[in-house]
Design a protein around this ligand. Structure first.
Ligand SMILES: Cc1cc2nc3c(=O)[nH]c(=O)nc-3n(C[C@H](O)[C@H](O)[C@H](O)COP(=O)(O)O)c2cc1C
Length: 285
């Protein structure tokens, strides 16, 4: 049984950036739980985020097309030409080498190559969470716990009832399965269910500051974004993510001004039309 804790994207947030958040995807079990919590504590995290929406591995067609996940990565001619068009990236690659997954390496057999670490991680990571396992983490972690990947008010209700402080409404940025509902559509029902019993965060699809305010108006306390920051990084290099956060803040401020709200709290009280909102009938839950 193995457990893995690893840092993901540096998620952008308008709030509480003082909190060091980690997302955790694990193979559970008593031993796994202990190890995850000790690693997370040592890293100085305040909030434990359990990602619960990766019960099984999925094949991403775009990764398969470029040959990722099938042994050593071998760029084809087209990719090589593409790389040559990006000299700064090539220089960085030559300087630092390929990404080596140092956070996973300690768990893999000694002297594993990059490919072996990837194969090992694919084999050992993941697995569905059970509510019992979540309860175990809740019991043992002294700080706030969040569940990332909630898309149904009933799950949110169950989570807050067991003492989970944060409900992170997310479909993993559409990266796991494209058939899931957009989080913005299930957010109003989940926020209504949670009420004042917890913090509701949303991600997946945040592309602008206006999107942030939309989510706030529909019940989120704050939002995160993933790909927006990666695109900034791709376009502008290390300065990109900061540029993205500046854009998001400027747009969010403008949106607040346009709706006549002086604060995020006021934004939460505006009347919003959202025809796509899911209505979860009590009987159909
Ligand atoms: C390259 C990449 C890697 C990701 N890895 C993880 C991960 O390891 N754990 C996790 O909980 N979410 C992961 N996510 C999902 C993000 O945490 C987040 O939920 C998602 O990106 C939000 O959607 P957005 O990209 O539309 O903003 C990843 C996203 C991307 C783009």
């Amino acid at each position: 049984m193995i457990s893995d804790t690893y840092e993901t994207l540096s998620h952008g947030t308008r709030h509480r950036t003082d909190h060091n958040r980690r997302t955790t995807r694990i193979r559970t079990g008593e031993h796994g739980c202990k190890r995850i919590l000790s690693v997370t504590t040592a890293a100085g995290a305040h909030v434990l985020v359990l990602t619960v929406d990766v019960p099984v591995r999925t094949t991403r067609p775009r990764e398969a097309v470029v040959g990722l996940g099938r042994g050593p990565f071998r760029p084809n001619l087209l990719m090589m030409l593409d790389m040559l068009r990006r000299p700064a990236w090539l220089m960085a690659l030559m300087q630092h080498g390929r990404p080596k997954f140092p956070n996973l390496k300690p768990y893999a057999p000694a002297h594993s190559s990059v490919e072996e670490v990837v194969t090992f991680a694919r084999r050992e990571m993941g697995g569905a969470f059970t509510w019992d396992e979540i309860a175990r983490y809740r019991e043992r972690w002294r700080g706030p716990v969040m569940l990332k990947g909630i898309l149904h008010p009933e799950d949110a209700a169950k989570a807050v009832a067991m003492g989970i402080e944060g409900i992170w409404v997310s479909n993993h940025g559409g990266r796991q399965i494209e058939a899931l509902p957009p989080p913005i559509d299930v957010l109003p029902a989940i926020a209504a269910e949670v009420g004042g019993r917890g913090t509701v965060i949303m991600d997946s699809g945040i592309r602008s500051g206006t999107d942030v305010i939309r989510a706030i108006a529909l019940g989120a306390h704050s939002t995160f974004a993933g790909k927006a920051f990666l695109w900034g990084l791709g376009a502008l290099g290390p300065d990109g993510p900061e540029h993205v956060i500046d854009l998001l803040i400027a747009e969010a401020r403008a949106a607040l001004g346009q709706i006549g709200a002086h604060s995020l709290g006021e934004a939460r009280s505006v009347v919003v039309r959202h025809p796509g909102a899911f209505a979860f009938s009590p009987a159909g839950r």
